[in-house]
Design a protein around this ligand. Structure first.
Ligand code: NAD
Length: 291
């Protein structure tokens, strides 16, 4: 099946990155969000990130202009009905995602492939509530999308081979590498990464180390490019908490219990970089640890 137009639901940090790489690869993109502000910000961010690629001579100014020209934004979800592939990249909450699919389904063409960029929610369960479980799968990009090489492809129990192959071909067109993961909570990357981040928050909570000492320990002692708390701020603490809850509920093992301090930061609305405060405060010129 030939994918030409891609609909993206959610224009947050993932949605705008997905729009960026899709349009650069030649796909026509229709980007939707409930927030007009998010749509405006997304176009500004995409423009800035493409400009950075021009200044580094990774793409030409003409390629940038063509890519920007292929992205349209719309606050109306039903308009995505005319696309060949929909990637849902809205907030990591199952009720939000389910409501989006319910609203979208009556407008979709029969051939449209429906996917979710969810970091953790069951693809099989999301698929089972649609009219096309065989044309539904997980299309999981990593953050920041234009930079990260991997895309996890997750087949639900009912996903057919044609859908899987079509998504694999899209990943190859993007110049990225697909890894196939089975549909179990948080798939591969987050199954391993999130418990590490959660453990770093426990280490902070129990006073074993400060934000700075935990992050430098993992950077200098384990050769990680970013410390776990810095990375948590980058991902979004609400997303980290949501993934830990999915692991905890889905695998029913206490080793996945979310750290109460992570919950506290989310309750405070300190969600990391996107709200300018998390384990670090980003409101000044240099990030300052908040603990
Ligand atoms: P975000 O908070 O930056 O963006 C979410 C966007 O969804 C917001 O702009 C919000 O307005 C929009 N939204 C909410 N409800 C909507 C609706 N009903 N219709 C349309 N838009 C709606 O979040 P994000 O980090 O971009 O995460 C989005 C998805 O990508 C989540 O499922 C998350 O688990 C997944 N993901 C995140 C990361 C990461 O590192 N942040 C990595 C991989 C996958």
């Amino acid at each position: 099946m030939d994918v030409r137009t891609v609909g993206i639901v959610g224009a947050g940090q993932m949605g705008n990155g997905i729009a960026h790489v899709m349009s650069l690869a030649g796909y026509d993109v229709l980007l939707n969000d409930v927030s007009d502000e998010a749509l405006k910000t997304a176009m500004t961010v995409i423009d800035r990130n493409l400009e950075r690629q021009v200044s580094r001579e990774k793409i030409s100014a003409d390629e940038k202009a063509a890519a920007m020209g292929r992205i349209l934004t719309t606050p109306t979800l039903s308009e995505l009905g005319r696309t060949d592939l929909v990637i849902e990249a809205a907030t990591e909450r199952e009720t939000v995602k389910q409501a989006i699919f319910e609203d979208l389904l009556p407008h979709l063409q029969p051939h449209t492939i429906l996917t979710s960029n969810t970091s953790s929610i069951s693809i099989t369960r999301l698929a089972s509530r649609t009219d096309r479980p065989e044309k539904f799968m997980g299309f999981h990009f990593m953050n920041p999308v234009p930079v990260m090489q991997l895309v996890e492809l997750i087949r639900g129990i009912a996903t057919d081979s044609e859908t899987f192959e079509a998504c694999k071909a899209v990943v190859a067109n993007l110049g990225k590498t697909a890894a196939t993961a089975e549909d179990f909570p948080a798939f591969i990357v987050n199954r391993i990464l999130m418990p590490m981040i959660n453990e770093a928050v426990y280490t902070l909570y129990e006073g074993v180390g400060s934000v700075m000492s935990i992050d430098s320990s993992m950077k200098l002692g384990a050769n990680h490019p970013m410390g776990p708390l810095e990375l948590a701020d980058f991902i979004g603490l609400d997303t980290c908490l949501a993934i830990m809850n999915v692991l905890h509920d889905g695998l029913a093992d206490t080793k996945y219990r979310p750290c109460p301090l992570l919950t506290k930061y989310v309750e405070a609305g300190w969600l990391g970089r996107k709200t300018k405060r998390g384990f670090y405060d980003y409101r000044g010129d240099t990030p300052v640890p908040t603990r």
